[in-house]
Design a protein. Structure first.
Lengths: 157, 248
């Protein structure tokens, strides 16, 4: 295969990574942003931050997710947004693992809801695996931010 | 002939078109503004202040400062009895299960003075379930505390808990619970006024906040002398053994 073809394929993989991470963030943020009290309670359930700090994280997180997600979908400032997106995923993985290790029974609250649930209903392995996949999308874009159909390419060449 | 400088100038001049730094700065400002607005809106929603109702804002029997629980058996508790703090939400199905499994035993321990029973009725499930039944029921129970019937009212609400989480409680049901709890005559009139006017609404909000600040993030949470014993409570026998071990 010619080198141009490989670059084209990589651009398409980048596009896919952008859309997967971006859409996941937009959906996760949109499902939470209209219920700030639930989001704050979901963060408190992790018992990591103090009551007030957990509240601020709960209120702010959905907004950040939506904005970063939209930028990723548009392909604007891809590398910076991929860094933020990947860091968010790493933070989520740490939070979920920590809750699991401490024997807490939580719904991660990733897509709304959240809080303490029966220990038989926890889905820690799946939640962590999903976030690892999303983090991988972010890492790809950090390493290689050039993608097909991006505003970055249109605006800045 | 002087060398043509136009190529050099073209190289030094920034490429026409949008400047990434400017766009980036604008987006950064938008992100920060949106985060600030979200936090302000979230904090405003949290306070949920209601118009001041007449009568005492804090119900009878509250211990431990702002947002403290209701000491439900102050009349019978022995001085050496351990303190049992129960954090519950009237809409929480697991709290209903706990009440069915151990409620009668807990009330027996309270009536015989072997524990100091303090109830913290939380209301965070309102936000999850999209109704206001936890807050209204907690207010109604606080009104029952004014009538000296908190434990009876608490039992009546859980006995009438809907099987489907989120169905909530109607005002008619809350009044029926008061009658079941044995609130009658002028006491019932006072209770009704207290329940309808949401007299203890601020107290209910304060309990939710204080419980959260105390690290209670789920219901039911049962603490005995400050130690979380929720997971050890499986049978009436285990409850009695735990209480006995904590009695000095």
């Amino acid at each position: 295969m010619a080198s141009g073809g490989t670059a084209g394929l990589r651009n398409l993989i980048g596009l896919l990574a952008r859309l997967i991470l971006g859409v996941a963030l937009v959906v996760a943020g949109a499902l939470k942003v209209t219920h700030p009290a639930v989001s704050a309670q979901a963060v408190r359930a992790y018992q990591i931050f103090s009551y007030d700090v957990a509240g601020y994280v709960g209120y702010a997180l959905p907004v950040v997710e939506i904005l970063i997600g939209l930028l990723l979908v548009a392909g604007l400032f891809t590398r910076v947004c991929a860094v933020v997106g990947a860091l968010l995923m790493v933070a989520f993985i740490i939070g979920i693992s920590s809750a699991w290790a401490r024997g807490l029974a939580l719904d991660c609250g990733c897509f709304g809801g959240g809080g303490t649930i029966a220990s038989s209903q926890t889905q820690y392995p799946w939640e962590i695996l999903r976030d690892v996949g999303l983090a991988a999308c972010g890492v790809w874009l950090i390493v290689r931010p050039a993608t097909s159909y991006s505003l970055d390419h249109r605006l800045f060449g | 002939m002087r060398p043509d400088a136009s190529k050099k100038i073209a190289k030094a001049t920034p490429k026409s078109g949008p400047n990434p730094v400017v766009i980036g700065a604008i987006i950064a400002v938008v992100v920060v503004l949106a985060v600030v607005v979200a936090i302000v809106i979230g904090n405003n929603g949290k306070s949920g202040s209601t118009s001041a109702a007449s009568g005492n804002p804090v119900p009878a029997g509250v211990v431990g400062g702002t947002g403290g629980g209701i000491f439900a058996n102050a009349a019978t508790a022995k001085s050496n009895a351990p303190t049992m703090d129960a954090f519950e939400d009237f809409q929480c199905p697991t709290c209903g299960e706990l009440e069915r499994a151990l409620g009668p035993e807990i009330r027996t321990l309270a009536d015989s003075g072997q524990i100091k029973l303090v109830y913290h009725m939380m209301s965070f499930l309102d936000a999850n379930l999209g109704n206001d039944s936890s807050t209204r029921a907690a207010n109604a129970a606080a009104c029952a505390a004014d009538a000296g019937k908190f434990l009876q009212y608490h039992a009546a609400v859980f006995a009438g808990q809907p099987t489907k989480e989120g169905a909530g409680y109607t005002d008619v049901q809350l009044t029926q619970f008061a009658q079941t709890a044995g609130i009658t005559g002028t006491a019932l009139t006072t209770w009704q006024k207290c329940a309808t006017s949401a007299q203890h609404a601020k107290y209910v909000t304060d309990v939710e906040t204080a419980s959260g600040q105390a690290g209670v993030t789920g219901t039911p949470t049962i603490k005995l002398n400050g130690t979380d014993i929720t997971k050890t409570l499986t049978t009436p026998a285990s409850l009695i053994a735990t209480v006995k071990a904590a009695t000095h």
